[in-house]
Design a protein around this ligand. Structure first.
Ligand code: S3P
Length: 442
């Protein structure tokens, strides 16, 4: 069990202007593509979190030089074929993105590698990348059931494939495309639904020709990545906790500047607006090939909706936060088609259901979602201690429930919040959440 616990006193609202840190998905990719590029890449707004630093350290272990100039991360690219053999396993901590994308990169190397992770990452399914990479000619093996550690043999001749992915997943798509950079021919991925397109956008920014047609994306192997300057926007997935907190707490009026609103990611905004949230997008603009806006949100009475189909895919990481909003909404919110939530950092359907129940919320777990019967009264949640199961997003979602609780909420295992959102407690407190982070012993 980790040592940090959140203690949230009930009530309050969120006001002012708070800047959430950089986008996690883009930060991983900026390091990876910068490392594989020719030349020097500069990254502003890099997310200095546990997950992204695990990616940075993995490339450092393969001889990639980097430095911090002020707040700019500077990466000296090694080129597609310039990585060196690491002296030991590459430890990717808690990060599914790092492990799945890197597995694609490592299959193209001239040396063997082993990818490891923490307990949570070692329970997550890796056959979803082992299978297509094996079809490309990679020699990659996981432990029983296709779990990490992943052992990857170098010096394999990769060939392009046409891959029809059984799941809409940016991690699978990106893994196959990255391996495709090392393969002979044109690698193509087709998906059954929408997944985030940061890889396609950012690879283009690094000078790689990526063809896109609907849910099909392809690239020709052997292309050179050219160093780029990347400005990483604020992470909508981190902003989501504040959007929900401000939406459910009467009297809130909060502005979150410079947040990425990529259309393949913006489901949380659309779901909250459909629930009656008072959200305005201000100064919409483009940054590093990605749409960005300042988001203003004010407290209002929400109502239940169905969250299914494309909307679930567009808001998959924000579902824990949306469940908190649903518990404060008039009527029923039914989330379906969200089975992927069961294979995230924890089983987010089961863990959210247990936590909501502990707070007195009427909810019902289904195979692929949750039915939540919301409460309109000011105190939609009771007081309880919640197990976050070492999942950053579970901890931050339940923290926001404090704004509408009858009594204190305590959340266990909060060290993992730093995997995606270092400084969460201070920022949330600055906005008005009555939160303290304490060591377990105190
Ligand atoms: C991510 C893709 C998504 C998302 C994860 C980050 C990425 O996972 O849930 O937090 O950066 O590519 P899947 O690809 O498994 O859907």
């Amino acid at each position: 069990m980790s040592a940090q616990r959140f203690h949230i006193a009930p009530g309050g609202c969120l006001t002012g202007r708070v800047s959430v840190p950089g986008d996690k998905s883009m930060s991983h990719r900026a390091i990876m593509f910068g490392a594989l590029a020719e030349g020097t890449t500069t990254i502003d707004g890099f997310l200095e979190s546990g997950d992204c630093l695990a990616t940075l350290r993995a490339f450092e272990a393969m001889g990639v030089a980097h430095r911090l100039e002020g707040r700019t991360r500077v990466i000296t690219g090694a080129g597609l074929r310039g990585l060196g053999a690491p002296t030991g396993p590459l430890d990717l901590g808690n990060s599914g993105t790092a492990m799945r994308l890197l597995s694609g990169v490592m299959t193209g190397q001239a040396f063997d590698s082993v990818l490891t992770g923490d307990g949570s990452l070692s329970r997550r399914p890796m056959n979803r990348v082992i299978e297509p990479l094996t079809r490309m000619g990679a020699a990659i093996a996981g432990d029983a059931g296709g779990r990490a550690p992943l052992r990857i043999a170098g010096n394999q001749a990769l060939h392009a494939i046409e891959y029809a992915s059984p799941v809409a997943s940016a991690q699978i798509k990106s893994c196959v495309l990255l391996a495709g950079l090392y393969a002979q021919g044109t690698t193509c991925v087709t998906e059954p639904g929408i997944s985030r397109d940061h890889t396609e956008r950012m690879l283009a920014g690094f000078g790689v020709a990526v063809e896109r047609a609907g849910r099909r994306v392809s690239l020709v192997g052997g292309q050179t990545l050219r160093a780029a300057h990347v400005t990483v926007p604020a992470d909508l997935s981190s902003a989501a906790f504040f959007l929900v907190g401000a939406a459910i707490a009467p009297g809130s009026d909060l502005t979150l500047p410079g947040v990425g609103i990529n259309p393949t990611r913006r489901g949380v905004i659309d779901a909250l607006i459909a629930m009656g949230a008072d959200i305005t997008l201000l100064d919409e603009r483009e940054s590093a090939g990605e749409p960005v806006a300042d988001i203003r949100v004010r407290g209002s009475q929400l109502h239940g909706i169905a969250i299914d189909g494309d909307l679930v895919e567009l808001a998959i990481d924000e579902c824990p936060a949306l469940f908190i909003a649903a518990a404060c909404a008039k009527g029923t919110t039914e989330i379906s088609g969200a089975a992927e939530l069961r294979v995230k950092e924890c089983d987010r359907i089961a863990v959210m259901a247990r936590g909501l129940e502990a707070l007195g919320v009427d909810c019902e777990e289904t195979a692929d979602g949750l039915i939540i019967r919301g409460r309109e009264d000011a105190e939609a949640f009771g007081a309880a201690t919640i197990a976050s199961h070492e999942d950053h997003r579970i901890a931050m979602a339940f923290a926001m429930a404090g704004l509408r609780a009858r009594g204190p909420i305590v959340i266990d295992d909060c060290d993992y919040v730093a995997t995606s959102f270092p400084g969460f407690t201070a920022l949330a407190a600055e906005a008005g959440l009555r939160i303290q982070s304490r060591e377990l012993s105190s």
